[in-house]
Design a protein around this ligand. Structure first.
Ligand code: CO
Length: 466
């Protein structure tokens, strides 16, 4: 019998896509033992923006949150999203930091680490992958993830080649990550068939978003074409900029006689639990109705939805909405000059801002942003296709070549941990505290200070009571 398994994303991507990752642990704690019985392939519950959001907005220790989820869900694989050498941020960390982060993630409860790089520069996945292998338990899975995008150079053959490379590196599963939700059913069919033909038994996972309205068709075609795992969100946290609905996909698969491993009663119970949670954030305004709607603009303009709204906001700010059409045409031109990077953070902002600048200044690349300069210097990795030679020369000088930041940047010095110890003093009680500071210094310090204050208050009250 054909089998397709489900990854439930309500705690991570659905939370991140619909409500800016503001879902506190207390809001879902009660349902975790129930979710543990659902029969998911995995639950994506950590990584991405959850770490930063815990420290910055929720006053939660992300590590403690993970340990709590682990304790309440002993039987389900817990999954996280990791941005390769950038961990959960946008800069390159030293190799010893990446290794320790992976070690602590596994130690605190993560089973599946899905690792990607915004540019698909797989050198940025190497250290994280080696670390996963080094600290792996019998449940650990290293999943190699590709940022999906469309461009003249992103052909099926190119994606198949990428998948082969990831398998060669030692990844045990492969994931296509369509963050903009622009993968069509046609594309899914050809990609999944091509990849499955090339990699044989390696499980292939599809991660997409409903943003443009295509996700259900695309997932269905992917399933017909042999995909092994799909990412979905419990239905009240599905659709819009989030994933397709778990129960809906389950229902459809059942009629085809496809085995999912899911318990229908349990997945409905999970949805019933989250309904009032969602309503609370609709009422408070944290969930914007816009994020729950379908927006096909990304298909029309070939620009991810978030990038388009950013550009419109920028143009409005500068009273230059009359330049909208021109700016829209300039985006693909800038993207071509940069060698067709996938339009994800931070590349989407970089390309969008440079396009708007080019149009507003009235001369292309008269002003070049520091981010674009750094990109040409090689600080973000290798571009998917060669960059524009003229522009490269303008930025790096005649004969200038990008440097390999990976080599310069990957020393194992322990210096970051020393810095963290010095900065935090007795605020740091564990390696996890130090790691929080290395990743998000200001947010971690504020959080650890308030944790200390709260504890001292508790001690004071206890003494007074006695
Ligand atoms: Co996503």
């Amino acid at each position: 019998m054909k089998k397709v398994q489900f990854t439930e994303t309500v705690m991570r991507d659905a939370n991140q896509s619909l409500m800016a990752t503001r879902l506190p642990y207390a809001d879902f704690e009660e349902i975790l033992p129930v979710m543990d019985k659902a029969g998911y392939y995995s639950v994506e519950c950590w990584g991405g923006a959850t770490f930063d959001s815990c420290l910055r907005y929720l006053g939660e220790d992300p590590w403690e949150r993970l340990r709590n989820i682990r304790a309440k869900m002993p039987n389900t694989r817990l999954q996280m999203l990791l941005r390769g050498q950038n961990l959960l941020g946008y800069k390159h960390y030293h190799d010893d930091v990446v290794e320790k982060f992976v070690e602590l993630s596994i130690k605190n409860g993560i089973d599946i680490i899905r690792i990607f790089d915004a540019l698909n520069d797989f050198r940025n996945l190497g250290t994280a992958l080696e670390s996963v292998k080094k600290y792996a338990t019998s449940r650990t899975i290293a999943s190699g993830c590709i940022s999906y995008t469309q461009s003249p150079v992103h052909t099926v053959d190119k994606y198949v080649e990428m998948c082969k490379n990831l398998v060669k590196m030692g990844f045990e599963t492969l994931c296509l990550k369509d963050m903009a939700g622009t993968m069509s059913p046609y594309e899914a069919e050809h990609l999944i068939k091509g990849i499955k033909d090339a990699v044989g038994d390696v499980p292939v996972i599809l991660h997409t978003h409903c943003t443009t309205g295509m996700a259900y068709m695309t997932l269905t075609k992917a399933i017909e074409s042999g995909v092994d795992v799909i990412d979905t969100a419990t239905s009240c946290f599905s659709n819009g900029t989030s994933q397709a609905a778990t129960e809906t996909m389950f229902y459809a698969m059942q009629q085809y006689g496809i085995e999912t491993g899911l318990d229908e009663k349990v997945i409905n119970q999970v949805n019933d639990f989250f309904k009032p949670v969602k309503q609370k954030y609709v009422d408070s305004g944290l969930i914007n109705p816009k994020s729950m709607a379908t927006d096909s603009q990304a298909l029309v303009y070939k620009v991810p939805g978030g990038m388009l709204s950013n550009m419109i906001a920028n143009l409005k700010d500068m009273n230059a909405m009359d330049k909208f059409d021109e700016a829209l045409l300039e985006i693909p031109a800038v993207r071509k000059d940069l060698g067709y990077p996938p339009l994800v953070t931070p590349l989407s902002q970089m390309v969008g801002n440079q396009a708007v600048t080019n149009v507003l200044v009235g001369e292309r690349y008269k002003n070049i942003s520091n981010e674009v300069k750094n990109y040409f210097k090689g600080e973000y990795g290798i571009s998917p296709a060669p960059v524009d030679k003229g522009l490269q020369e303008k930025i790096l000088g005649a004969g200038g070549q990008p440097v390999d930041c990976r080599i310069e940047d990957s020393r194992r010095t322990g210096e970051d941990f020393e810095k963290a110890k010095k900065a935090l003093g007795d605020l740091a009680e564990t390696e996890e505290d130090l790691m929080s500071w290395i990743c998000f210094p200001k947010q971690a310090e504020d959080f650890l200070k308030s944790r200390k204050e709260k504890r001292e208050q508790v001690v004071k009250y206890t003494i007074e009571e006695a």
